[in-house]
Ligand binder design. Sequence first.
Ligand code: ZN
Length: 84
Amino acid sequence: MIHAHARSRAPRPASHALEPLAEGPTASVSVCECGCLHIAIGAITLRMEPSAAASLCATLREGIEALDFHTFGITHRIAEGHSS
Ligand SMILES: [Zn+2]
């Protein structure tokens, strides 16, 4: 039986060294040597293009703003005394 010799992976252009950009209580953001952003959230790291991250950020903001409206609506109803 002939096995293709398991080569080490194709030479990587860089060691994917990270440079930290921002750190918060929930997530941290670093930029990689290869140009992608690493967004670390707990045990998960999202790697994406900066433009995709910007889009994600906008969507997150939109969602949270929408949530604020919802929460406000709910607390408002509670405050009005709708108990049924
Ligand atoms: Zn990289």
